[in-house]
Design a protein around this ligand. Structure first.
Ligand code: SF4
Length: 506
């Protein structure tokens, strides 16, 4: 790999700290550096005088900062953003000579966190010494105070009953930790900026400051992991966001701000933030936006005038199914938003659709196609489509729902792909080959984790190995999620059953 050059890298003196953390991202440099999670963890760990953190990505056997090996650190910390990273997480340990099985491991402690680990720690329970449930900030100091000097999992045992900590093999269940008020949560402003790297490793947002506007999303769509795992919806005030942006732009020297947060559309004053940044000549991007937000005031115009050329919208499905899935946004709003973006001067529009949502019928597929056609006729001229198969996620209302048979989903996916491609729209998507395996990784227990590791150790096909464990709903697995934490999801699922039955789709 060609050399990567970065600004704001932290290199601490190893002799002057008490805790050395290998911060591991089970994916490539590009995807790791395109998200705020790794930047935030890097900032938090390195903000403590007693602690240093250095980064590892898939394919890196030595840290980016000082070229040290995983084994030299006290703690190996993985952030898991989605389930398909589990095979990579296990391979990264094996390639560095570290036994993924906790019971046989000697050497550094291995800890994990992130949305997937929080939503279903069960599948990872043979591997980690400790899993952080929820957000790190509220428990960071306590975590570090116990990690300093800890030699094995027993040294952490006292954390087992505490909110935010799950000790596999010791904890029965756990509850998420989350910050009450985001305005009180420090935001990493001295972010690492990639100055030079091989083109295929360039971060998705380019040279951009990432500013976290909110956590969670009040829309709480029934399939959406991030809105349920980050409940309740919390946001930063517009004045706080502008202060963070100002300091971050000074620290990084970039001229672009990406506003991060699944519920950014619901952040009061977000239009003001965009307008002020755009007026100062800063390019602004909002990767997750609902159509009604684009219809507020001059937001679409301000985004376009700041230099944004592409809008991304996610109807997911036709109107009736979209509403049953909990996304209460009408077709009219999607069409009007497409039109507003075109008028504002945007040139490209990317639409996200899904197949296989619970209660989906063939009529729903036709509704999706019709909506895409109507948006194409009103919106920016260059349209592209992303089509993904629905994967049931733990912690969400749809974890209990019966999904269409994988064979049916395969047929429906092929039909939709053919129809979209017939219109000449560039098409991308995850395909369906892995839906069974992904569902097993999403909802499975320790038996699936064990099958996954064995397939990797023997060089076998992990997709076939874990597919045998496909079972929906998750009720059959002890996922270790506390019942109080998922009661909201259960009542939303009951509502869905009523709505689906009223619509005569069951
Ligand atoms: S609107 Fe988007 S981010 Fe919000 S809950 Fe629905 S899918 Fe998730």
């Amino acid at each position: 790999m060609r050399r990567i050059e970065e600004r704001n890298v932290v290199r601490k003196d190893w002799r002057k700290v008490r805790l050395k953390v290998a911060l591991c991202y089970p994916g490539d440099y590009r995807s790791g550096m395109s998200g705020l999670a790794l930047q935030t963890l890097y900032g938090i760990f390195n903000s403590s005088e007693d602690v240093l953190a250095e980064r590892f990505f898939n394919g890196f056997q030595r840290s980016l900062e000082t070229g040290r090996q995983l084994k030299e650190f006290d703690v190996i910390a993985f952030t898991l953003q989605f389930e398909e990273q589990y095979p990579t997480f296990l391979r990264m340990l094996l390639e560095c000579g570290i036994n993924p099985r906790r019971s046989s491991r000697k050497g550094p402690l291995v800890i994990g966190g992130g949305p997937c680990a929080t939503a279903n720690p069960a599948i990872l329970s043979d591997f980690f010494d400790l899993i952080v449930l929820g957000e790190l900030e509220p428990i960071f100091e306590k975590l570090c105070s116990f990690l300093i000097g800890a030699k094995n999992q027993h040294d952490l045992e006292v954390l087992a009953g505490e909110r935010g900590f799950f000790l596999p093999g010791i904890s029965e269940s756990g509850e998420r930790a989350f910050a009450q008020n985001l305005d009180d949560v420090p935001h990493v402003v001295r972010q690492v900026v990639t100055e030079r790297c091989p083109p295929e490793q360039t971060p998705i947002f380019g040279k951009s400051l990432m500013v976290e506007a909110c956590r969670g999303c009040p829309q709480s769509c029934r399939f959406c992991l991030i809105s349920h795992i980050s409940f309740p919806f919390r946001y930063r005030k517009s004045s706080t966001l502008l202060k963070i942006a100002k300091r971050g732009l000074e620290e990084t020297g970039v001229r672009k701000v990406t506003l991060i947060g699944s519920g950014t559309s619901f952040v009061p004053g977000i239009e003001k933030v965009v307008a002020e940044l755009a007026a100062s000549g800063i390019q602004v991007s909002i990767p997750s936006i609902l159509p009604n937000t684009l219809l507020h005031g001059s937001l679409a115009k301000d985004l376009a005038s700041s230099g944004l050329r592409t809008v991304t919208l996610a109807p997911e499905a036709g109107c009736a199914l979209r509403f049953r899935a909990g996304k209460r946004v009408s077709d009219g709003e999607f069409i009007d938003a497409a039109s507003a973006c075109k008028e504002a001067g945007m040139k490209k529009m990317k639409l996200y659709f899904m197949v296989g949502l619970p209660s989906e019928s063939e009529k729903d597929l036709k509704d999706s196609l019709e909506l895409s056609q109507r948006m194409a006729s009103k919106g920016p001229s260059r349209l592209s489509i992303s089509l993904n198969a629905f994967i049931p996620k733990p912690f969400t209302p749809f974890q209990w729902a019966q999904t269409p048979d994988p064979k049916v989903v395969t047929l429906r996916y092929s039909y939709m792909r053919k129809e979209f491609m017939r219109k000449g729209w560039p098409f991308s998507g995850s395909g369906v080959r892995r839906i069974v395996a992904q569902s097993a990784l999403s909802l499975g227990g320790a038996d699936v984790g064990d099958a996954l590791l064995r397939s990797i150790e023997f060089g076998a096909d992990w997709v076939s190995a874990v597919s045998k464990y496909y079972k929906v709903p998750i009720g059959e697995v002890n996922s270790h999620i506390s019942q109080s934490d998922i009661s909201r999801a259960l009542s939303s699922y009951m509502e869905f059953l009523k709505e689906a039955s009223a619509a005569s789709v069951f």
